[in-house]
Design a protein around this ligand. Structure first.
Ligand SMILES: NC(=O)c1ccc[n+]([C@@H]2O[C@H](COP(=O)([O-])OP(=O)(O)OC[C@H]3O[C@@H](n4cnc5c(N)ncnc54)[C@H](O)[C@@H]3O)[C@@H](O)[C@H]2O)c1
Length: 351
């Protein structure tokens, strides 16, 4: 392998450009190629980041022997098939969230990575947020005591990714708000609790705004077809019970009538010694002068890399990722369980 990890970005839409931007600032990795099916977006990305090789078919890119790793920033239905093909072509793989359309696909990715002895990581960027890392350091030091309950949420008043894009069609996205923004906060929450052992999930989803053409925000760069049916959720809620009796409340909305139209997202952790809320990070506890709220400044944190730089370092150094793929599989299983619980009206038990 060359000194710098030779990477290619597959899918040069909104997030693919983020990956390219990150690689353009990476000392140990570099973007040598892209694969993008839309010619205009391929040109925009190649010109902006001065990428010499651009493929309209990702399979051709995967045939290139001088590419060590790929980052996948494609619509969700392509995550698993492209990741599996890339792993079989001996590339290391960074996949955007949500990991796959369902846990079965996610397991297949993991099995293929193990068989091919390649690194696989899901790009859970909130784990790399400085505030998350500061909070995690305090939690690991024991400042919160036992965390017996948490809330994770992302509540938008009007933030459906463009209606008619792949985001709002089940066959391309797998799910709506629950999988899209829910995968971020659920992952951050369980990472902070350091507990992915969920025993049961009781969930419900609604689709109240998208089907009426209301609540649109802006996300993604792909084509839209407003005639396509909006058949994903724009609201999701769930209660998760952990094996040790701890609980997690999950609530997300792409669109809802609610008090503020600010992007409200975060995690509240209730501990026996203190509470902690993100974002930004605030600590709540009894102090010598009564109850106090401390706003935490994110100065010294253990992992200063972003998700792409971290992936590059993991591949080059053979180190364990801050986003273990087994935890990404658990997150996918919980997202599946919310959908199943919503569809059946029953609690879903997880092993
Ligand atoms: N980590 C984050 O914060 C974050 C934020 C938004 C989206 N995402 C995730 O990133 C992924 C991409 O989202 P986006 O907003 O960039 O979407 P997007 O629609 O802007 O970009 C997707 C790109 O993939 C291209 N594409 C589709 N099929 C292709 C194929 N067969 N070969 C090559 N290119 C193809 C499209 O032309 C498009 O340019 C999704 O999985 C999404 O959930 C992550």
């Amino acid at each position: 392998m060359a000194d710098r990890l030779r990477c290619a970005v597959i899918g040069a839409g909104a997030i693919g450009l983020e990956h390219l931007n990150s690689l353009s600032q990476c000392h140990r990795g570099t973007a040598v190629a892209i694969a993008e099916s839309n010619p205009a977006r391929a040109k925009e990305a190649s010109d902006r980041f001065k990428i010499a090789r651009s493929y309209s078919d990702y399979r051709e890119l995967l045939e290139q022997a001088d590419i060590d790793a790929v980052t996948i920033a494609l619509p969700n239905h392509l995550h698993a098939p492209v990741a599996i093909e890339a792993l079989r072509a001996r590339k290391h793989v960074l996949i955007e969230k949500p990991m796959a359309m369902n846990a079965k696909e996610a397991s297949k990715i993991i099995d293929t990575a193990a068989k091919m002895r390649r690194t696989i990581m899901v790009a859970q960027n909130y784990r790399f947020h400085r505030q998350t890392q500061l909070a995690r350091a305090l939690i690991q030091r024991g400042d919160l005591g036992e965390i017996y309950h948490a809330r994770c949420f992302w509540l938008r008043r009007s933030g459906i990714p463009r209606i008619g894009s792949w985001f709002t069609q089940k066959k391309f996205a797998g799910g709506g708000a629950t999988n899209d923004i829910g995968s971020h906060m659920l992952d951050a929450c369980l990472h902070l609790m350091d507990d992915f052992n969920v025993s049961s999930v009781s969930g419900q989803t609604h689709s109240r705004f998208g089907p009426r053409g209301l609540g649109e925000g802006s996300c993604g760069k792909s084509e839209i077809d407003p005639a396509k049916p909006f058949d994903v959720d724009d609201y999701g809620v769930a209660l998760l019970k952990m094996k040790n009796g701890h609980t997690v409340n999950f609530e997300v909305s792409w669109a809802a009538h609610q008090p503020t139209d600010a992007r409200e997202y975060g995690v509240d952790l209730l501990g026996t010694q203190a509470g902690l809320s993100l974002y930004p990070a605030r600590l709540f506890r009894n102090g010598v002068n009564g109850y106090e709220t401390t706003h935490l400044a994110a100065q010294k944190v253990p992992h200063p890399e972003d998700r792409v730089h971290h992936f590059v370092n993991c591949v080059l150094d053979g180190k364990k990722s801050l986003v273990p793929v087994e935890e990404s599989l658990k997150v996918q299983q919980i997202l599946d369980a919310i959908a199943t619980s919503a569809a059946t009206g029953k609690e879903v038990r997880l092993r």
